[in-house]
Structure formats: C-alpha cells, structure tokens
Design a protein around this ligand. Sequence first.
Ligand code: FAD
Ligand code: DLZ
Length: 507
Amino acid sequence: MKLGLILGDQLNENNAIFDHLNQESDVIVMGEVLEEASYVPHHLKKIILIFSAMRHRAERLKEQGWHVHYHSLDLTSSIKSFPDLLEAARSLGDVDEILVAHPGEWRVLDMLKTWSEQRQVPLRVLPDTRFISDLTSFDAWAEGKKQLRMEFFYRLMRQKTGFLMVDGHPVGGVWNLDAENRKRWKGDPPIHPIKPFHPDPITQAVIEQVCAELDGFGSAEGFDYPVTPEQAQEAVSDFVTYRLTAFGDFQDALVDEEDYLFHSRLSAALNVGLLDPMDVCQQAIDAFEAGRAPLNAVEGFVRQIIGWREFIRGIYWRFMPDYATRNTLGHDQPLPEWYWTGETKMRCLARAIDATARNAYAHHIQRLMVTGNFALILGVVPEAICRWYLAVYADAYDWVELPNTLGMVMHADGGVVGSKPYAASGKYIERMGDHCKHCHYSVKETETSQACPFNALYWDFLMRHRDKFEANPRMKMMYRNVDRMDEDRQQAIAARAQWLKTHINTL
Ligand code: FAD
Ligand code: DLZ
C-alpha cells in the first residue's frame, strides 16, 4: 500500500500524488499537528484558514471515494509533528512507499527525508504543481548568470505562458508598465470592499478549537477568508470585476483608512492551492481582452504572479539552506517590541501592524516600504524580522516569505533578489499616501525630537553602508544628497539615529 501525504498548503486538486495513487488500495494522510501550528506564533487567522481548508479538502476527497486518514488537532495525542503523523499512519497496513508533492519549506523537506531514511520507508517527492515553472527550468535559466533579475525571468515566463503576447512580442509593445503604477489615491475611484466568506459549520468548529487551544498573533474575530476552491473562485471574480481596473494605477499607494485598496487578497488562497496561478492570470487577461480592464493593471497583476511569485520560489530553492542565515549587512538590532503590538506613535507603522493583527494581511507596499523599510534602515537582525513576517501573514510560508524579507527588504542576501535596497525616508511615505497627516511625528524634520524617525534612520543607513552602496549606479543620487550635507549635519543625524535605536521601544 502507498500513503499519499498532503501537507496543509498542498490542497490543489492537481496535486501530483494523485497521478500515482490507487483509490482502492492507497491511503491519503493529512494532519493538523502542533509543531507546525506553533513553530512560530502564527496569526490565528492563518491557522484557521489552513485547518479549515484542510478539513474541507479531506471531506471532498472522502466524497470522491478516497480513504483519508485525517488527524485533527488533538493536544492530548502523541501525534505532534509530521514524523509522528507518518509513524502513526504506518500502522494502517504494509506501507511500500510514501508520496508527497515537493514541500514548500526546506525544513519540512529535510524533516521528511530524515524520517524516511531513519525508518527505511521510501519517500517519493513529486513536483509541486501549485507553480507554473518547475525548479529544474528555473535552475537552467539561472545557471551561469552573474545576476538573477526578476524582469528577465518574467519575460521568459511571458513567452512560456503566452500571456499578453502577440506574434512573440509583448502586447502594447513594452514588457513592463510599472512606471504607470505609482499613483497616489485621493478617494477616486471608490474602493470596492473585499468579498467576505462567512464561516460555515466546519470553519466555525475550527475557529472555536483554535481559539480555545492555541496561542498565536492577532485576532480570530471576523474570519472571512475563502476556504474552498469554489469560494476562492468567487474571490477571483470579485477582484476581477470590482478592483482589477484600478489595481495598476494605485498598486503602490498607501491609505490610512484602507486595508486592501485595489489589491486582490488572493495570496493566501493561491499559496494553499485553492487557486491555480495560470487560471487566475487568465481571468485577468480575459478582462483585458474584453475591454474591462486596462493593460497597466492586467500586466502589473500578471507580473506579480508569473514573475515575482515564481521568481521568489526559484530563488528560495536555489539558495537554501544557507540563504536563511545570511546577514550581508551585518545587522544586529533587535526587532522593536511594538511590531507585535502595533503600539507606536509612528502612524504608518501603527496602521500597517494594526491591519496585520486584524486581517493577517497587509498589502505589498505596507510590507515593503513601511514595516520592511523600517526594519532595514534600523538594522534589525534578519532572522528576527523574517520570523515576524512568517508568523503574521495568512499567506506566509518559508519559500515566499524568506526571499521577500531577507532578500527584497533586508538586502541581507548580498543582492540576489534586488540590485539595491529599498531604503526610503519618510518623504516616500508622505508622497504615496496620507499617513503623515495623522502622525505624531513631523515628516519635514530629521534631527529634532519631533522628527519622523524614518528620516534620520534613512540617512544613517546610507552613511553606515557607504562602502557597500556608493558605487551602485542606482544609488548615486542618494549619495549625492548625503554629500550635500555638511559634517555637522551628518553628525547630528548619526546622533539622532543612535538615540532612536536606544529608545526604539518608546517611539
Ligand atoms: P496583490 O497585490 O493582489 O498581487 C497579486 C498576487 O501576486 C499575490 O496574491 C501574490 O500571489 C503575488 N505576488 C505579488 N508580489 C509577490 C512577491 N513579491 N512574492 C511572491 N508573490 C507575489 N507574499 C506571500 O504570498 N507570502 C508571504 O509570506 C509574503 N511575504 C512578504 C514579505 C515581504 C517583506 C514583502 C515585501 C512581500 C511579501 N509577499 C509575500 C509578497 C506580497 O507582498 C504579497 O504576495 C501580497 O501583498 C499579497 O496580497 P495580495 O494577494 O492582495 O496581492
Ligand atoms: C503553516 C501550517 C500550519 C499552521 N499547520 C499545519 C498543519 O497542522 N498541518 C500541515 O500539514 N501543515 C501545516 N502548516 C503548513 C506547514 O507548516 C508547511 O508550511 C508546509 O507543510 C510546507 O509545505
């Protein structure tokens, strides 16, 4: 008999294990296990989403006639980890082989392989069909390149998928319309709210159990994520109908009172396999072709999925496991305590963390330019900020969180993901939104006690790391601005930055 192991984020109907299993003789194994639910303080909504989607998937498989060995969370049980789960499943019969789709985390792959070797039970790891590109193709593309840039990988993916292509050329004549996607949102067009999915009895039972038995970050209240493929499809239609049109224009905007703006909130469903990335992109492209959405929106959205999502995953598997411990900039500051509470007078950070705690979600610009940028210019230890991102978002798994945080945000990978750090002062946040109007600090000031902390930390970051970045052509202008300051000003900024670091938990 074979066991088919389905991990909590592998709920896709085309999971490769089904090509190799026999419905009569083989058994599907799924388990809610304490170790996975607690190795970081996951947001309660993330745990609820995973457990509920797993339970729905198990029910569906049973209806289809599969034998499913499902272990629900049970704190009194001796099954606390994936190895415990497999050990228990072995008692179901003579197990010849265990099949699993490639896990999304190096830690889990290593754990399963180690168990299989120790127990002498063959383990077959199959391709992960939640992605468009396989890892061998990514490696073939990456091999021999001095620099890996998303833009070139994206162009290859456009050709491979045929998305937004005509006669071998990009529709509209350019590959990337990002330059059009940086508008500030001033209230028009109105933002259509995210479609909520109210908990059914399965989800309700999960909510009650998770709240009673597990600890985690954030609030379970108002859980409204899609937990089945059908609901996830409704979420896609909702996005394509009501928000895609303005997605491009306001992709980089920050708005004090808006949690989602025109973003899709599809990442959590994509990452557990409730949605197929090709299908999601196709629906956006259909809207473009029918004249219901402009090219800058659709190209921008498709790029995020076939470009960034696939590129990030390729980077993860190419550079793990040593990638996780990189700290090229030698950063050593602890994560401010208020990342866990949102209790800071800096309005942009307070709003981003508050949204995160309520929704297990913050949009990309909050993650990159607010919580991420602040951790970068403060010089937080990469491991500490990575752990935070992995815990607090419903869509967070190591394969996607790590290269985004350690690479894109912290530049701790030495430039594998990005050619320059996304360091920015308060001026950027002021330009992109309205947080600064509501802030305790003054974005116009730098060295004073009232000054926006982003400002001194930004200049201090540039001055501290001059040797690494001043020759970078994309940062020349930043260093010209540093050089315009006289020595007294530079010293005052360094002193203010030092004061901010020593008083960080009071800001
Ligand atoms: P939209 O803005 O609507 O974008 C559409 C889709 O594109 C997303 O659903 C997502 O699947 C994909 N996408 C966009 N950008 C990226 C990217 N940089 N990497 C991978 N996929 C991308 N995304 C995660 O899915 N999980 C994470 O743990 C995660 N951690 C991040 C940490 C940091 C520090 C940063 C800067 C970004 C992170 N992202 C992560 C990427 C991105 O912020 C989220 O995918 C996005 O905010 C999810 O919201 P959305 O579905 O509304 O996205
Ligand atoms: C994130 C997570 C959580 C919270 N709980 C479970 C679980 O109980 N069972 C499970 O199969 N997976 C869970 N996951 C996802 C894993 O931590 C991990 O990210 C995936 O197994 C990687 O493919």
